[in-house]
Write a protein that binds this ligand. Structure first.
Ligand code: GDP
Length: 296
């Protein structure tokens, strides 16, 4: 049913045809970085410019903890009541593949419904960033002014994905720390192989709470978008993303149906037992289960 609606929208030309109509922004950052505060501030700026936005989240942590790392969406209270903004509650629990797919489809529907800016938010802890990077035009990393191990981990994995870094809380006592982190990231990004011909990742200092630098950052994101459109790289990016999504969807569906296959289920406990007793290796266990599909 969902696929039918999406296909029909696509055929009616309501989805994705004009890349300059919609802007998809991936926003990542560790808990406490100020993501919801930033979305409030940026959202207000977007609405003041006469545009609108939808905020979605990829939050696979909910499957493990039963709770949501992004917190419930009573945050963003001002934006939540503005008719120009749609905030989707945190998605139901599930595995990343499913959650990512739902989020992507929700984004497509929001675009068809007329939302021009789609912010897809995620916590900076791993796999979900890659899933988000595969469905957005620009990847924005929001950082708090705290150094330490947590930030180091984030730096390694995510820096390869980012187009723009914003170091938040550039106010009061935290200004020197923000300056330091911003300088660190500016030099770290210099050594990265560029993702695009037309763009080198940039770093900005902002205060979401005091609305400092938000307009400047939004302008920078628009500059990225224009460069990407003019060079043809955005069109190419979206093409590649569609293909990747097709394959990840295939992988996801194949694994789902494999796990439910009666032949697999019939053999599962025996193979599992042998695996637990270390009579067979994980590799041969996998081979055994895969081979039952070919049995008559
Ligand atoms: P999230 O977990 O990334 O969504 O972070 P929140 O938006 O919930 O913010 C975490 C905390 O940081 C809250 O207490 C915010 O008030 C505070 N905060 C967010 N942005 C700023 C900022 O620009 N300056 C200061 N000083 N505090 C901020």
């Amino acid at each position: 049913m969902a696929q039918e609606i999406l296909t029909r929208l696509l055929q009616n030309g309501q989805v994705e045809e004009d890349i300059s109509k919609t802007f998809r922004i991936g926003l990542s950052g560790p808990p406490g970085a100020g993501k919801s505060t930033f979305i409030e501030a940026a959202g207000q700026h977007i609405i003041n410019e006469g545009s609108n936005l939808a905020v979605l989240a990829v939050d696979p942590s909910s499957s493990r903890t039963g709770g949501s790392l992004l917190g419930d969406k009573t945050r963003m209270q001002n934006l939540g009541v503005n008719p120009q903004a749609y905030i989707r509650p945190s998605p139901a629990c599930g595995e990343l593949g499913g959650v990512a797919r739902n989020t992507h489809e929700a984004a497509v529907l929001c675009e068809a419904a007329g939302y021009k800016n789609i912010i897809i938010e995620t916590v900076g802890v791993g796999q979900s960033e890659i899933a988000v990077a595969d469905m957005v035009d620009v990847f924005l990393l929001l950082l708090p002014p705290s150094a330490g191990d947590e930030l180091q981990g984030i730096k390694r994995g995510i820096v390869e994905l980012v187009d723009v870094v914003a170091v938040n809380k550039y106010d009061g006592d935290m200004k020197p720390a923000v300056r330091r982190i911003a300088a660190e990231y500016t030099s770290a990004l210099k050594f990265m192989t560029p993702k695009y011909k037309c763009w080198r990742p940039r770093v900005r200092r902002i205060s979401s709470l005091n609305n400092i630098g938000i307009d400047d950052l939004w302008e920078l994101l628009q500059e990225f978008r224009h460069e990407m459109i003019n060079s043809g790289e955005l069109l190419e990016l979206r093409r590649m993303q569609r293909e990747k999504q097709m394959w990840s969807q295939i992988e996801f569906s194949l694994i789902e149906s494999f796990k439910k296959n009666p032949k697999v289920l019939n053999n599962l406990s025996e193979v599992n037992r042998a695996l637990r007793r270390r009579e067979i290796t994980p590799g041969s266990a996998a081979e055994r289960l895969l081979s039952v599909l070919n049995q008559l």
